[in-house]
Every structure is written in structure tokens, then in C-alpha cells.
Write a protein that binds this ligand. Structure first.
Ligand code: ATP
Ligand code: MG
Length: 386
């Protein structure tokens, strides 16, 4: 039996001129993401996206991928039937055999988008319901709380039969909002921050500050793994690795200890902004959450953001750790994030960081550093993991 995925997309965002751009980008993203699972024809018709396998394809794998594509509200895996009640009935009884055999209650939900189809929706429900009851005399109709709903959608090209649709990932298609640099550490928060902004339509370019040999190869590999898991939602982007050892050593040598964290974070923002501008990105994203640690007070965020002009997006700013952890588990980055490798921040953490740094104190702490040259060298030595 021929199968196809029918994807429903958010109606509200589809108004006006944006619609075609939104759909085109969504279809491009879907084609990229499905490339490992076979050949598919992806097209849009009647406010839905169709994903049709061309020849043998990994339909189970494709289904999992599609449930993680932003911009999709629900994913229906359907049997395709000719627009004829006999064919529709035969397809429904065969395609949903396992579910109907196991259930006690069911209902039919018919939708006739092709107004040329001779039967109206209530009539389709009645005819199909009767055939299901004849085939499964044990079943009862329950229109309020059925165990199985048999959907029959009569559309332009064919009829589509499916049971309960799966929830899509929601949000907006990645890329429709532009690109942004994600400061990706090895911790729990930043992959979640990347996920959240990708959900709002941003394409994510992850960058990682790497302080070899203070942080080992394992720490870098952990970050690459996190980027890889995150990419199931955000789409693939090769992380950029920024050598950060020299900057951290210089900070340790010439800054007051209680200012070292905030000075380090100011360097991260300067470098991130340079990389963002070089790569067509319009914002920086961090995993900061207000009050989580000493460097995430309002004042500390103020002085770190003061070194750059691009907006700094902090999607986790108002979230509790438990809420962040719940999301990290959902997107499956959590288990990797808690692997015990040092991050460059933890290695150089001062005992008593200043929680209310001022711009004057920052300027004073950075007096002994050649900020421009250090930034220049770090940017000049970035590596791209491909
Ligand atoms: P996370 O849980 O994401 O590691 P954190 O709790 O360790 O964050 P901080 O160390 O204060 O918090 O870092 C705050 C944010 O700064 C991180 O969420 C991340 O966006 C960025 N950041 C920290 N360290 C690095 C790094 N080595 N490379 C890139 N970004 C970093
Ligand atoms: Mg954190």
C-alpha cells in the first residue's frame, strides 16, 4: 500500500506574503533532514506539506525526523487511496488493521477538501463507520473519547487514511528568522538555548571557546557531540572552535581575581560578535539564566553585553534549572551535558567573583591587556569542525 506523510503547518503565521517563503524554507529543511532516509518528493498543496517516498525508504526513521522539524504542527503517516468509497474503505480496513483489532471504541473523522467528491463528510463518516463495524463487530462507536480515530481526508489528488496524528515540533522553520551565533559550552543550558531559538526560526551557528590543555580533547568532543544531538532539531551546522587558552592565561596574569570571570565573558562576546558578522549572523545566543551563578546577575549581563552591538538573546533568562533540565532531557542533550569534563569556565573560576561589576571596574581590570590583539589572534586561529 502506498504511504505518504501529510504535514500540517501553523495557519496563523501563514498569512499574506510570508506564506510562500515560509513554505519554501520548510520544504528545503525537510529535504535536507530526510536525505539519510531515502528519496522523497516534498511538495505543498492545500495548506499541507506532502512527503512522498520515491521507491524504498526508511519510513520509521523519516517519521522521527519529521516530528522534530520546526514549523510543523502535526505529522500524519497515511495510506493513499483512490477517491472512491470502495477503495477508501478497503484501505482503511487494511492499513489500520492492528489498531482496529486492538481497540474497543472508535470514531470516523472525515474531511472533504475536494468539494467535487460526491459524498459530504457526514455521509462519508456514516458509510465508512458501517463498514468498520461490519468488519469488527466487537467495536463500539464513541464520538467523545474513542481509542482509535479513523481519519479520511479527501484532498485534491487522492484520499488519505490515517489514525491519530503525532504532534509536530511547532515553532517556525529554521532560517526564516535569519542566523545567529550560539555560544555553546559543554553544560546543560546552552544546547537548550540553541534549541529554543531555532524553534523561533533562527539558523544556529555554534561556537565553542576551547582552552587546551586546561580542558582536554574529551571536552571538545563532548561539545561536538552536543552540537550533533542539537542538530536533530536545529539542522546541521559545523561548530567553530575558538582557541581561548592565551586569553585565559593573560586574564589570570593581569586581572584582579574577582573580575576574571566577567572579563573572560567580555572576551567571549567580542569574539562571538566578530564571528557573527563574518558569517552573516544577526545576534548572539547564550544559555544564561538570571541569578544562576555569579556571572549571571543583571549587572554582570550588562557589562558583558556592553562590548558588542548585536542583540544578545538569552532564551533561558527567566527559567528555573528544573525547567531547563526537563527540556534538556526532552531534546536528549542532558546525558551528554552531565559527562564530567571540565569547561574552560570551570578551570579558571575565581573563589569570590564580583556579582555587581561596573563598566569602570571592567575597564580598570582590562588595562593591562591588549584586548584588540588578543581578539584578533583568537579569531584568526578558529577551526571549523566538519
Ligand atoms: P552551560 O550550562 O550552558 O554550560 P553554565 O551554567 O556553565 O552554562 P556559564 O559558564 O556562566 O554558565 O556560561 C553562561 C553561558 O556562556 C553558557 O550558557 C554559554 O552560552 C556561554 N559559554 C560558557 N562557556 C562557554 C564556552 N567554553 N564556549 C562557548 N560558550 C560558552
Ligand atoms: Mg548555566
Amino acid at each position: 500500500m502506498q504511504e505518504v506523510f501529510l504535514l500540517k503547518i501553523g495557519e496563523l503565521v501563514l498569512k499574506g506574503l510570508n506564506r510562500s517563503r515560509f513554505e519554501q524554507r520548510l520544504m528545503t529543511n525537510i529535504r535536507h533532514r530526510l536525505s539519510k532516509h531515502g528519496d522523497f518528493k516534498v511538495y505543498s498543496m492545500q495548506s499541507a506539506i506532502y512527503v512522498e517516498p520515491l521507491g524504498a525508504a526508511d519510513m520509521d526513521g523519516a517519521f522521527e525526523v519529521l516530528c522534530r522539524v520546526f514549523g510543523v504542527v502535526s505529522v500524519c503517516r497515511c495510506a493513499v487511496a483512490k477517491k472512491d468509497m470502495g477503495e477508501i474503505t478497503a484501505a482503511a480496513l487494511e492499513y489500520l488493521r492492528d489498531e482496529l483489532s486492538a481497540a474497543e471504541t472508535f470514531k470516523i473523522a472525515a474531511k472533504r477538501s475536494d468539494k467535487g467528491f460526491p459524498l459530504k463528510s457526514p455521509q462519508i463518516c456514516e458509510d465508512l463507520g458501517e463498514s468498520v463495524l461490519n468488519a469488527y463487530p466487537r467495536l463500539r462507536v464513541d464520538v467523545h473519547n474513542p481509542q482509535v480515530t479513523v481519519f479520511a481526508e479527501i484532498r485534491d489528488k487522492a484520499a488519505y487514511i490515517h489514525s491519530n496524528p503525532a504532534a509536530g515540533a511547532g515553532g517556525l522553520p529554521v532560517g526564516t528568522g535569519g542566523r545567529a551565533v550560539l555560544l555553546l559550552s559543554g553544560g546543560i543550558d546552552s544546547p537548550v538555548a540553541g534549541y529554543m531559538m531555532a524553534k523561533r526560526g533562527l539558523e544556529i551557528l555554534p561556537i565553542h571557546f576551547y582552552s587546551y590543555p586546561y580542558t582536554g580533547i574529551e571536552a571538545k568532543e563532548k561539545v561536538l557531540k552536543l552540537a550533533d544531538i542539537m542538530s536533530l532539531y536545529t539542522g546541521r551546522a559545523a561548530p567553530i572552535i575558538v582557541p581561548f587558552t592565551e586569553i585565559q592565561e593573560q586574564i589570570r596574569k593581569s586581572c584582579p581575581e574577582d573580575m576574571s570571570t566577567v572579563v573572560m565573558r567580555r572576551f567571549m562576546m567580542r569574539i562571538a560578535e566578530r564571528i557573527a558578522l563574518d558569517n552573516g549572523c544577526g545576534a548572539l545566543i547564550t544559555g544564561e539564566s538570571l541569578g544562576q551563578v555569579a556571572s549571571q546577575t543583571m549587572e554582570a549581563m550588562g557589562v558583558t553585553q556592553a562590548v558588542c552591538k548585536l542583540p544578545v538573546l538569552r532564551p533561558l533568562v527567566g527559567m528555573d534549572k528544573e525547567e531547563i533540565v526537563r527540556l534538556a532531557r526532552k531534546i536528549e542533550t542532558y546525558e551528554t551535558s552531565i559527562l564530567p569534563y571540565e569547561d574552560c569556565c570551570t578551570v579558571f573560576t575565581p573563589r569570590h567573583p564580583k556579582t555587581r561589576p561596573t563598566l569602570e571596574q571592567c575597564a580598570d581590570a582590562e588595562k593591562g591587556l591588549d584586548v584588540e590583539a588578543l581578539v584578533e589572534r583568537a579569531v584568526g586561529e578558529i577551526q571549523r569542525d566538519i
